[in-house]
Design a binder for this molecule. Structure first.
Ligand code: ATP
Length: 370
């Protein structure tokens, strides 16, 4: 499933040069974006970056100040929310406290005047979908947070919208339940064959669930890509830093040639990168490398040239599945390296205060220029 890399794929949701201003504040800034049918799409960004505003414009709760939004070829301007084939699930769930689970799920269907037998059938189907058949007669206060969340989901897909919008859908759940529910949401999306657009500030959540992620900042999109792409090939320091952990080495580019680029790191060592990216000689660039791509050894690696430097083990954290080691270079910069723990436990041979060498392959990181 990768319609975004198929030039013939039909765009489904299109934001074209969309701007939203509140007074003189620009919440969404000339933003263009295409989402494909049946995609699980995540809008990811820090609080205030404009992601909810984007979602609300798609739902019809806000109109763009400029630009257009198309759904399946239809211009949505002026189309009221209830006429859009879109439904929104809010973080607060907004379940009716005095109604049973089944009445909550049936609510929208009854409002639409669906015949009773059909409602009963649809509600049963939805209860099965979210595995709450046994809870049909309960009221929201008799359910756990995760169960309430599933009722809200069932209710928002009961009318069979074409697009489900989810604004921080798992924000109220604790970490473990949130993770479980992420997988449930993915299964549900697959089963229903709907297009999901989720807003989240949690990069792990976006990485887990989404086919593609749009990383947003100040009303603009910084990058749209699949989870492996945003992680392995971030287009900017902002994205590299927002998604996961990263080490950034800054310096002037001393050489660019077919074998890559050399950056004279201010931290006292030369970095040779296999891919120069957009780097230009004598300009500043950054080499971005993930912690798990860094080798860490107690001895100087064989034939150490560029891409290796020594420092002091600053601290070590054992996290069960992996161990994180911070190495402080003589420049004062602290490098984060991580290693996956093996079946035997941690393979880390180092202790605090040891001298240690960090090194990495020329293709282990990316060169960034903005
Ligand atoms: P959060 O995760 O905190 O909801 P967000 O990225 O979803 O953040 P938005 O809710 O889209 O951000 O808001 C973007 C900016 O627009 C914020 O600075 C917010 O204060 C502002 N904003 C949103 N709605 C309005 C409004 N109705 N009137 C004025 N300013 C608004």
């Amino acid at each position: 499933f990768a319609p975004w890399s198929d030039p013939d794929a039909k765009p489904y949701i299109v934001f074209r040069n969309v701007t939203k201003r509140f007074g003189d504040f620009t919440a969404v800034d000339d933003l263009s974006l295409t989402i494909f049918e049946r995609e699980f799409f995540a809008l990811l960004g820090a609080s205030g970056c404009g992601k909810s505003t984007l979602l609300r414009m798609l739902a019809g709760f806000e109109e763009p100040t400029a630009g257009e939004i198309l759904l399946d070829g239809q211009d949505l301007r002026g189309v009221p929310p209830y006429r859009r084939p879109v439904n929104m699930m809010f973080q607060s769930y907004a379940l009716f406290p005095h109604m049973t689970v089944e009445k909550n799920i049936a609510f929208g269907l009854r409002q639409d005047g669906m015949p009773k037998p059909q409602i009963a059938e649809r509600v049963a189907e939805m209860l099965k979908l979210v595995k709450l058949e046994k809870f049909a007669r309960r009221k929201p206060h008799q359910l756990s947070g995760g169960q309430r969340q599933r009722v809200a989901l069932a209710r928002s897909v009961a009318k069979r919208p074409k697009v489900l919008l989810l604004d921080e859908p798992l924000g109220a759940l604790d970490k473990k339940l949130r993770e479980e529910t992420q997988f449930e949401l993915m299964d549900l999306q697959q089963d229903l064959g709907l297009t999901f657009v989720v807003v989240t500030h949690d990069q792990e959540e976006a990485m887990t669930m989404a086919d593609r992620i749009a990383v947003m900042d100040h009303g603009k999109i910084k990058q749209v890509a699949t989870p492996p792409e945003v992680y392995e090939a971030p287009s900017s320091r902002f994205v590299a830093d927002f998604i996961g952990n990263v080490n950034l080495f800054e310096g002037p580019v001393s050489e660019v040639d077919p074998s890559g680029a050399t950056i004279r790191g201010a931290d006292g060592f030369a970095i040779h990168a296999a891919n120069a990216g957009t780097a230009r000689k004598d300009e500043t660039a950054w080499f971005a490398i993930r912690p798990e791509k860094i080798r860490i050894t107690s001895q100087q690696p064989e034939g150490a040239g560029p891409n290796s430097i020594d420092g002091e083990v600053w601290d070590i954290a054992y996290l069960g599945d992996m161990t994180i080691i911070h190495v402080r270079l003589d420049s004062g910069k602290v490098i984060r390296a991580s290693m996956i723990n093996s079946a035997r436990g941690s393979d880390n041979p180092l202790t605090w205060g040891d001298r240690a060498w960090i090194s990495f392959a020329p293709d282990a990181g990316v060169v960034l220029t903005n």
